[in-house]
Ligand binder design. Structure first.
Ligand code: COA
Length: 191
């Protein structure tokens, strides 16, 4: 019998590591995000055009401003270093809202889906949030018809606390978003 090169272990799109995105990997991350925005316009608030209109310097400046207050962008890498997926955490340094973080930009390339990469990206994000002083809850918004993402977030403990009607309007079609939240261990102790 001829053995396939693409066994689950040697699969070219198998996750090898989850790393932080920075200046060194900005170009590849931008290509990955652009692909996500192009392929799933209904899954993200940002348009392809607005993302393309921002310069590398602007994107980097935003990432660095976030890093300074504990925010980050993660990427899932294959053994060969290809970016397979991404997710970000944005924080707010305003005193009254710094206990809330926002999960954003969740995306896994179609060739690598269904291999637990999305779940592991969010699990790593949640692990890292444990070290962020004062961060009590992680919020996110997901289009109500995005059942795979909704299932993924529920699996990791997020719950829906509201539904925002007609958040996105794309080509005359409206999309509602479920608002979801997960308390961090620090937040779980509060009322
Ligand atoms: C949503 C997305 C990130 C999932 O990534 P993934 O790596 O394929 O997900 P995983 O393999 O880690 O799956 C984890 C869990 O998510 C859920 N899930 C993932 N894909 C699913 C699907 N097609 N149908 C139903 N549930 C699904 C399941 O609960 C799954 O656990 P299980 O396999 O034990 O049932 C990916 O489909 C994607 O990038 N979609 C386009 C962009 C997007 O929608 N982003 C979210 C914006 S809020």
């Amino acid at each position: 019998m001829i053995k396939s090169d693409i066994s689950p272990v040697n699969h070219p799109n198998k996750l090898d590591a989850i790393v932080s995105v920075g200046p060194h990997s900005l170009r590849e991350w931008r290509d990955l995000r652009l692909r996500g925005l192009r392929e799933h316009p209904e899954a993200f608030g940002q348009t392809v055009e607005s993302f393309q209109a921002t310069t590398d310097e602007q994107v980097l400046a935003r990432m660095e401003a976030q890093q300074a207050i504990g925010g980050f962008v993660l990427a899932a890498l294959s053994k060969t270093g290809q970016m397979l997926g991404t997710v970000g955490l944005a924080l707010d340094d305003a005193k009254k809202t710094s206990h809330r973080g926002m999960l954003w930009g969740m995306y896994v390339i179609p060739e690598a889906r269904g291999q637990d990469i999305g779940r592991r990206l969010v699990a790593e994000l949640l692990e890292l949030t444990k070290k962020i002083q004062g961060l009590e809850q992680i919020h996110l918004a997901v289009v109500t018809t995005n059942l795979s993402a909704l299932a993924l977030y529920k699996k990791l403990g997020f719950s829906v606390y509201g539904t925002d009607p007609r958040v996105l309007k794309i080509g005359g079609q409206y999309f509602d978003e479920h608002l979801m939240v997960l308390r961090t261990p620090q937040g779980a102790a509060g009322k």
